[in-house]
Design a protein around this ligand. Structure first.
Ligand code: PHB
Length: 365
């Protein structure tokens, strides 16, 4: 590759100097230690291998027992989990990397089997999505159920779960956090009209639907300097049965409010999730967001390295996050820098399991 490869222009992300524009996207791998959903040595080895990424964003990590929606995903609400994540961040930092933790509450994408006391999962409205989760190694994918609508006076408690997760992420040695407001999980369920039919201050107008997300942003900003707080959104994603009547308006309003907070970055899923962009990118929604929000911007969604270079060169994004290529190539930036071939991924080992398909993808020889 030429010396002028845009993927290798350093980028200043708040206080962090990223050596390249290749970001590791948040990726659920379902390999936490059990019981207790805690990160352990194998997870530290996996992230250490990927320390050459400009920035690592951790897999989605539940902020509370209520925020859990899948078997074997890690949390950030117990001392054991904080200690496990500390092992991970120490490993990444020793290898020269930078890492954010993704703060996650799944809302209705859960099951009583995964909830404290077998409770019914919660959501903005009691609308059952056409969506699945896995509750055990043997369960396979099972349908989620009709959730319980959260009362307005429960929402400060939800915000508190995110704030506590942010505190714990600091104790665990992360460089920052990313608020998960995408892909059909709790904050996204509030943002979009298809899943939010509330008639109180948290539903109806875009201003009302963005309220809970902005309360979370404000709470997390009390813990972390603003430049170290990012957010992930997916305005046109359909994963987990999501949709919005008017994504342009909803996300313009959100982007305006994010701009006013000075948030550290926006990461946007620029397709319908899982590389389904056959109909093309939603450029008008991207424009609406980027017209209102002018800070650091990470594009995500099945980009090839060449597309990523073109998008950066064209000023369509600052950074690009890669999912499956980062699973299969621990040394992805080095491979891209030198034009070396990439390993293929094996989707059968994405979730659950051991080192196979996790820490055994080879570095380029
Ligand atoms: C998943 O576990 O399938 C999953 C988790 C978080 C996401 C997307 C998918 O944002």
């Amino acid at each position: 590759m030429s010396q002028d490869d845009p993927l290798f222009h350093p980028f200043q992300l708040g206080p962090l100097t990223l050596p390249n524009r290749v970001v590791m996207a948040p990726l659920t791998r379902a390999r936490a230690g059990e019981p207790g959903d805690f990160p352990h040595a194998m997870n530290a080895a996996y992230y250490r291998q990927r320390a050459g990424m400009g920035l690592i964003i951790s897999e989605a990590t539940q902020v509370s027992p209520q925020g859990k929606g899948y078997a074997f995903t890690p949390g950030i609400h117990s001392d054991e989990q904080v200690a496990g994540w500390r092992e991970v961040t120490d490993a990444v930092h020793q290898a020269g990397g930078r890492m954010h933790l993704q703060l996650w509450h799944v809302g209705r994408i859960s099951r009583p089997e995964l909830q404290p006391h077998g409770d019914t999962p919660v959501a903005p409205s009691a609308i059952k999505p056409n969506a699945q989760t896995f509750i055990s190694a043997e369960s396979g994918m099972v349908d989620v159920l009709e959730p319980r609508a959260l009362a307005a006076d429960e929402l400060p408690g939800v915000v508190e779960q995110f704030r506590a997760g942010a505190e714990n992420a600091k104790r665990a040695g992360f460089d920052g956090v990313e608020i998960h407001a995408a892909n059909g999980y709790l904050l996204d369920q509030f943002l979009r009209s298809g899943s939010n039919q509330r008639t109180d201050a948290y539903g109806g107008s875009p201003e009302n639907r963005v309220r809970l997300t902005m309360m979370v942003v404000e709470a997390v900003k009390e813990v972390w300097e603003t430049e170290r707080v990012g957010i992930r959104i997916s305005p046109t994603g359909s994963f987990n049965d999501m949709g919005d009547d008017d994504p342009m308006t909803t996300y313009r309003v959100l982007a305006e409010q994010l701009q006013a907070t000075g948030i550290g970055y926006v990461e946007m899923v620029e397709d319908s999730f899982q590389c389904n962009h056959a109909k093309g990118r939603p450029e008008s929604v991207i424009d609406a967001v980027r017209g209102a929000y002018t800070g650091p911007y990470i594009a995500n969604g099945g980009y090839t390295p060449e597309e990523a270079r073109q998008r950066i060169d064209a000023g369509r994004c600052d950074l690009v996050s890669f999912g499956r290529p980062a699973i299969a190539n621990p040394d992805l930036p080095e491979r891209l820098r030198h034009g070396w071939p990439l390993n293929d991924w094996d989707s059968s080992t994405f979730y659950d399991g051991d080192e196979g398909g996790y820490t055994d993808y080879p570095f380029y020889q």
